[in-house]
Ligand binder design. Structure first.
Ligand code: AMP
Length: 124
């Protein structure tokens, strides 16, 4: 399946261009991490690549290996920085329509700071 065209006007693209602020946690050459504006857990941080990738499928197909490696490294580094690595946390990458993705720029949610329950409480 082909990936949707990247929309330069999405909110995370604007954050990356410095057009709107974010509450930054971490930054490297390839990634930016910041607190979610509507946290759904005591710790709720978003990790995004600096390149224009719509979702994980797009990123895995098109991002250069150094950007992919840096992204994985950022997830682990930021989890430690925000203090959830020891007690545990959840990574979520909502993707596309069925994944209920609102912002069309790849982002992984790092959530933790309390027990998060089952992954999908409504599932049997
Ligand atoms: P998703 O449904 O996975 O696309 O989630 C998008 C996330 O981005 C939501 O958790 C929003 O609260 C978060 N969000 C939207 N705008 C901002 C913003 N300006 N700064 C930080 N987080 C944001």
């Amino acid at each position: 399946m082909s990936q949707p065209i990247y929309d330069d006007e999405n909110i995370f693209a604007k954050i990356l261009r410095g057009e709107i602020p974010c509450n930054k946690v971490d930054e490297c050459d390839h990634t930016l991490s910041f607190h979610d504006i509507q946290p759904q857990a005591p710790v709720h941080v978003l990790v995004i690549p600096k390149g224009p990738y719509v979702n994980m499928t797009d990123f895995s197909e098109k991002a250069p290996p150094e950007a992919q490696a840096a992204y994985i490294a950022a997830l682990g580094r930021v989890a430690k920085m925000v203090g959830v690595a020891e007690d545990g946390y959840r990574l979520i990458a909502n993707t596309g329509t069925n994944g209920h993705q609102d912002v069309p720029h790849l982002h992984v949610h790092i959530m933790g700071g309390q027990p998060l329950g089952r992954m999908m409480p409504s599932a049997h």
